[in-house]
Design a protein around this ligand. Structure first.
Ligand SMILES: Cc1cc2nc3c(=O)[nH]c(=O)nc-3n(C[C@H](O)[C@H](O)[C@H](O)COP(=O)(O)OP(=O)(O)OC[C@H]3O[C@@H](n4cnc5c(N)ncnc54)[C@H](O)[C@@H]3O)c2cc1C
Length: 362
């Protein structure tokens, strides 16, 4: 079998990329080891363009949001999945300063389509400094999206459920062959496991541990609240509370520290006595030192690419960035320098170069 693209990793990044390739009527094959716990499988899936700390639009926030909104509606048709929905999000202000900053910005034409101005009455909720709505917010059930996509890929024979080992990848300077599949290009979408792939291990993909708890209560509203932590409805009287960020803790299990952090945050939204915690989960986000994704070509191995480092905004950014990566590969268009892998070229040492040369004998 000969395909246009071999994609390593079927998390959010690999799945979005495969969908984008398919929309261009090109061919692909995915390899994924179907791990139980990955960043994508625990993600809350929230997509909104505001960075709350300073109440500013995140980098290309509105552009990403609009593109992703259409993209996930297309996914529902292609993968026959119901995994995407608009979500009401109310920000609870933590101070008068935050409230003033928000209200000032909400009259600015750039922010007025995004920041609401109305204060909602919220029963049971600590709301001393008021609140307002983010008008552009949606949620992708990432676990469902990648599971439904997985069934689609398997039914079409486009996914191998196995561990990828770079030592088994053959390369003749143009084409790659892996376990009988020949491909014109390889794109690595391995999330934090990129650290264990020597082809790209010069890149600073940093695991950032995130934890969430699912709780049962009738004290929270049926929409998302944000104030330090967020609460988001899952089912009737069932809510998800998230998320923690910790780049120092690399232990692959849930922690008491994170649970307490989430409970303290929840307590500032609404104090709940005898809280019923149903589940506690963790995952490692693939983050980077400059908090921007990494995409583009390997410095020496022709037709080898990476698409990674989505951090905490994969749902928002992956669709448009995957299109831009493909435009670069197929039409030689420039990759935005902020996300271009070549910003880390200085980290590519002689040792890395020798490894690549030995691996593929070039
Ligand atoms: C607690 C938490 C909450 C989050 N909430 C949000 C949120 O609300 N909104 C948002 O946008 N983002 C959120 N994120 C971040 C989001 O999960 C990531 O941005 C995104 O899912 C990363 O996807 P990925 O495909 O790049 O990586 P991953 O999800 O890690 O996928 C990589 C895939 O590659 C596979 N793989 C790796 N190596 C190999 C190999 N050698 N062989 C075979 N397969 C391999 C893995 O098994 C995996 O399936 C959250 C993350 C966490 C941890």
């Amino acid at each position: 079998m000969v395909v246009d693209f071999l994609i390593i990793g079927q998390g959010l990044s690999g799945t979005v990329l495969a969908q984008t390739i398919e929309s261009k009527s090109l061919t692909y094959h995915l390899i994924d080891r179907n791990e139980k716990i990955t960043s994508s499988k625990v993600a809350a899936g929230i997509m909104q363009p505001i960075s709350f700390k300073r109440c500013i639009l995140s980098w290309r926030g509105e552009e990403f949001f609009n593109f992703s909104n259409s993209f996930y509606l297309q996914s529902e048709k292609l993968f026959n999945t119901k995994s995407y929905k608009k979500l009401k999000l109310v920000r609870l202000f933590s101070s008068f300063e935050e409230q003033n900053n928000w209200m000032g910005k909400s009259t600015n034409p750039i922010y007025s389509p995004i920041l609401g101005t109305k204060n909602s009455f919220l029963k049971n909720i600590c709301n001393d400094f008021g609140n307002s709505q983010v008008k552009t917010c949606a949620q992708l059930n990432v676990k469902k999206y990648i599971e439904d996509a997985r069934h689609y890929f398997l039914s079409k024979g486009r996914l191998s459920n196995e561990e990828f080992k770079e030592s088994n990848l053959e390369y003749n300077g143009e084409l790659f062959t892996y376990n009988g599949i020949t491909s014109k290009r390889v794109i690595m979408c391995q999330g934090v496991n990129s650290q264990n792939n020597k082809i790209f291990d010069y890149l600073p993909i940093i695991p950032n541990k995130g934890e969430l708890i699912d709780i049962r209560t009738n004290k929270l509203p049926n929409f998302m609240l944000s104030k330090g932590v967020f609460t988001v409805p899952i089912k009737e009287n069932k809510f998800r509370v998230g998320s923690t960020y910790n780049h120092k803790d690399i232990i692959a299990k849930i922690s008491l520290k994170a649970k307490n952090e989430l409970l303290n945050g929840l307590n500032k939204i609404t104090p709940i006595k005898n809280l019923n915690i149903i589940e506690h989960k963790f995952g490692f986000r693939p983050t980077t030192i400059d908090r921007k994704p990494i995409m583009g070509a390997h410095p020496e191995i022709k037709n080898m690419y990476i698409f990674n480092g989505m951090g905490s905004k994969g749902v928002l950014m992956a669709p448009l960035l995957s299109k831009e990566l493909l435009d670069h590969i197929l039409r030689r268009s420039e990759i935005n320098s902020i996300v271009n892998v070549n910003r880390f070229f200085k980290k590519y040492s002689l040792e890395h170069s020798n490894y690549a040369k030995n691996l593929f004998s070039f």
